[in-house]
Design a protein around this ligand. Sequence first.
Ligand code: ADP
Ligand code: MG
Length: 148
Amino acid sequence: MAGVETILTHSEDETSAAGERFAARLAGGDVLLLYGDLGAGKTAFVRGLARGLGASSDDVSSPTFTLIQEYRGRLTLYHVDLYRLQSIEAADLGLDELPDRSSVMAVEWAERWSERPHSAWQIRFAHRGQDRRQIEISPPDSPTPAQL
Ligand code: ADP
Ligand code: MG
């Protein structure tokens, strides 16, 4: 599929490094929809994103009680994890109002956000055995498989 990139990583650090590199391509207002099973590497990638944006990445984790965490760098990074939410509650969070020109938003378990924007990066994480993970990056406005 045109515009879609696939990366294979072999460690958590490699996944974070992929996120760090990817951060250079982000502009204010960008939304990243992250998909993939538990342990597929979404949070590791976001940790790299924070580092790449010049924010402190040490405390980037899967939020237990906070749904949205904020990290300030070149752009402010909003890290959202919808794992514990029903999609009906996700609709009430007002996520569509969050990103502005000086911030980006990365959303784990994006499928639970029923009103998620079409004009967003879509990043799919998959287990490929042991420490291998596949990361597939689709730029905004690329057709989803369902549309093909
Ligand atoms: P998610 O947010 O998708 O649930 P996490 O990033 O929190 O996943 O966790 C990924 C887990 O898998 C961590 O325990 C990490 O050490 C492990 N792991 C092993 N190999 C990789 C890899 N290639 N990329 C990312 N994480 C990996
Ligand atoms: Mg996570």
